[in-house]
Design a binder for this molecule. Sequence first.
Ligand SMILES: Nc1ncnc2c1ncn2[C@@H]1O[C@H](COP(=O)(O)OP(=O)(O)OP(=O)(O)O)[C@@H](O)[C@H]1O
Ligand SMILES: [Mg+2]
Length: 355
Amino acid sequence: MDASAYAAVLTADEELLDRLLATLAAVGMEPRVVSDPGALRAVWREATAVAVGGDRAEQLVALGLPRRSDVFVVGDDHDSDDLCRWSVPLGAAVAPLPSADTWFATALADAAGLRTGAGRLLAVVGSTGGVGSSTCAAAVAVTAATEGQRTVLVDGDALGGGLDLLVGAEHVDGWRWPHLAGARGHLGDLSGQLPFVDGVDLLAAARRGGRGGAEEIGPEQMAAVLRSTTRSHDLTVVDVPRWLSAVGLETTRRADLTVLVVRADLRGLAAARELAAWLPESSAQVLLRGRRSAAVGPELVEESLGLPVLATVSDEKTVRLGAERGEPPGRSARSSLTRACRQILEQLPRRVGTP
Ligand SMILES: Nc1ncnc2c1ncn2[C@@H]1O[C@H](COP(=O)(O)OP(=O)(O)OP(=O)(O)O)[C@@H](O)[C@H]1O
Ligand SMILES: [Mg+2]
């Protein structure tokens, strides 16, 4: 662990403080207890993680600090509903204790850099419905596999109908999300268990025709899967649903790069502004969907979102027809989508020791 890693802790609840200090000691992370929300401002950016007790959450919200990752609202199991209220205003994960003890300890270890393997993590999210984000996620996974990268595509959208359908793998045997509904902490290598199509391992949501599917893909399950796949694979691509649920926040906070797919018109841009506020600024970039001549061009998007546009993808007949035939996107080397996928892959930071 990075020796300078520490967690800023804010709570006036002594029992909770004792519990937090014990968890931090178990993880081997230094605590820095701050006495009031104002004092937290000074360490807000530099702390490795921030743990705020439910008793102080309201005051912290009132400070209006900028968003940062690895913020946790912590409290007693009995207050879990109350804690959840602060998740959205603080962009924080909720850790009711003791039930989330293990998850919380693992999340702190993640934040401190003990977390993942050397594999890179790419999140793809659309700013409006049907903008092509699942298609982009699948295409970038296929493109990476074609380049020889060991790649896994993870469906983060429990209600999206299953990514296996998009890549024509609905009849391929292997684990889907329901197999991992109880996943916590650390999993073994999933490859060999997952459907394999066009060189890509695929973890798809199930079509269950009833309620319950959404509960299978929770933030804990996603964290466990990502911890495993970033060890076993060179690249993990997650299709993140655009209602940035706890799963989406968990994924984008870990991602090396989040690609926000934006429709090149005013409503697409307006929706993207809403979503962009939730994404880590340093690791988000835009893929623009529309004609190059569209009124909303890359410059306007960059100016308005404060995020770089990495490519523009037009409507392509080959992509549409391929989807109708159930063929994985990203196969055609000449398509503008595949070109954009290569550009996305180039944006991913190289890990130390990789060529
Ligand atoms: N570059 C493209 N050219 C032509 N058609 C495309 C392109 N990208 C996606 N499509 C088509 O647009 C439709 C929606 O695509 P997709 O499911 O990837 O969007 P999405 O953003 O994931 O949607 P949702 O909001 O439902 O998750 C599909 O029929 C797909 O084949
Ligand atoms: Mg989708």
